[in-house]
Design a protein around this ligand. Structure first.
Ligand SMILES: O=C(O)C1=C[C@@H](OP(=O)(O)O)[C@@H](O)[C@H](O)C1
Ligand SMILES: C=C(OP(=O)(O)O)C(=O)O
Length: 443
């Protein structure tokens, strides 16, 4: 039904008026834990041979789905206070993985890719399903690889969700070739469970490009931190080949770093308003892709300083366009595109064709939504070309994509009358976003 055919259309209830910044922001914003670290830590703790602790875990849709799925498989995850008595923590107590079980992956790439190898170790069938978008996101790399390594998977020929992994209590493992050009998570998924495969694993990536390398480094680092033996391309190994030896894994006491990709909108606020934002606990060394924001946002016009208080990012209110390959840090693209739309010169964002298969087709969604506010964005084969134009208010649609919602909020800081449709979709990784955003502006 269109507006022309209906006399009584209920006003939309899910529009959030994005706050407009009337001056420079000056705030300290404590950002919750990293999604990518939390979900890797949960998987590794579940596969360990002793209990472990996870302190300051992210509690968001993606991580609660991961925790719930592991519980369904028999793992105990208890609420608790960490061993030093401070902070909120999860205590993870591994136990033999069991089926039958049903896993809801939501629209979490980490859950839909990291858990099928875990399910292959369970002693019965594990059914996987999720949001409609999860049926469209690539999973073939994980399914084909697990079959080659000895697993039985029933996907009715789809190469995608929904599917059932018929866990047989263990997996042979061995050598496998995959094309991970559509998602680095295929590689991470196989490596994370590999210490528990009888022969470990050798993963050979044979595709043209491999996106999100920092996320694969994160996987390797976290595996080593629990005692796994990993050979990788960056330290003397063959290019595009990773090897994980079979071994027991230690339980760990891990404090989760803040999610630096979720720090992005807050740093962007400093850049755009000519203000200052400090994010406490910014790690001095990290594999999180969000750390690249220090360089990218500096090139776009701000400056930053890492001190004992955290990362302080300062803007001047002038924003420059940028020509940048974001292939390693694809999840930063929506926020960078939003800032680029407000810049004083054009931008070209490259190396992110795989974003068409993220939470939504992010290249199409950003193009459409920024252009509907008066912008001039065109899609290229592997990214976006953004020519800044004066923007006006309007509805910014989010397509169940948390990073579309935060991108719209960034634009709304500088453009009056932007309304974000379904801001609640930020719950995927940052449930408290609207309150944090409003508080930052009120600070
Ligand atoms: O392993 C991870 O935690 C992630 C890897 C990346 O996925 P892709 O390689 O599919 O882009 C990233 O975009 C995603 O947000 C998180
Ligand atoms: C691509 C993302 O998520 P996922 O882990 O679902 O792939 C993201 O958070 O930007």
């Amino acid at each position: 039904m269109t507006a022309a055919t209906s006399a009584h259309i209920d006003p939309p209830t899910d529009l959030w008026p994005a706050p407009y910044a009337r001056g420079a922001v000056d705030a300290t914003v404590t950002v919750p834990g990293s999604k990518s670290v939390t979900n890797r830590a949960l998987v590794l703790a579940a596969l360990a041979s002793e209990p472990g602790w996870l302190r300051r875990p992210l509690r968001s849709r993606d991580t609660l789905l991961m925790a719930e799925a592991l519980r369904t498989l028999g793992v105990r995850i208890e609420e608790g206070v960490g061993p030093d008595g401070s902070g909120e923590a999860w205590r993870i107590i591994p136990s033999p993985l069991r089926g039958p079980a049903t896993v809801d992956v939501g629209n979490a790439g980490t859950v839909m890719r990291f858990l099928p190898p875990v399910a292959a170790l369970a002693d019965g069938p594990v059914r996987f399903d999720g949001d409609p978008r999860s049926h469209e996101r690539p999973l073939h790399g994980v399914i084909d690889a697990l079959r080659a390594l000895g697993a039985r998977i029933d996907d009715e020929g789809r190469g995608a969700l929904p599917m059932t992994v018929h866990g047989a209590g263990g997996l042979d493992g061995g050598t496998v070739e995959i094309d991970a050009s559509s998602s680095s998570q295929f590689v991470s998924a196989l490596l994370l469970s590999a210490p528990r495969f009888n022969q470990g694993v050798e993963v050979r990536h044979v595709g043209a490009r491999l996106p999100s390398l920092p996320h694969i480094r994160m996987t390797v680092d976290m595996l080593r931190a629990v005692g796994a033996q990993v050979d990788e391309p960056e330290h003397g190994g063959a290019p595009n080949v990773w090897r994980v030896a079979p071994s027991a894994l230690r339980g760990r006491d891990l404090v989760v770093e803040p999610d630096l990709s979720n720090a992005q909108p807050f740093l962007a606020a400093a850049l755009i308003t000519g203000g200052r934002v400090t994010v406490p606990d910014w790690p001095a060394r990290t594999t999180q892709p969000g750390d690249a924001l220090r360089e990218i946002f500096t090139e776009m016009g701000g400056s930053c300083e890492l001190t004992g208080a955290g990362l302080t990012f300062t803007g001047t209110g002038r924003i420059h366009g940028i020509d940048v390959d974001l292939g390693e840090v694809g999840e930063l693209t929506p926020g960078i595109a939003a800032v680029a739309a407000l810049a004083d010169s054009p931008s070209t964002l490259r190396g992110v064709a795989h974003l068409r298969l993220h939470e939504t087709d992010r290249l199409a969604a950003l193009t459409k939504e920024i252009n509907e506010l008066g912008g001039d964005v065109t899609e290229t084969e592997d990214g976006l070309h953004i020519r800044p134009r004066p923007l006006h208010g309007g509805v910014f649609h989010t397509y169940h994509d948390h990073r579309m919602a935060t991108a719209g909020a960034i634009i709304g800081l500088a453009v009056e009358g932007v309304e974000i449709e379904d801001v609640a979709t930020t719950a995927k990784t940052l449930p408290d976003f609207p309150r944090m955003w409003t508080e930052m502006l009120g600070a």
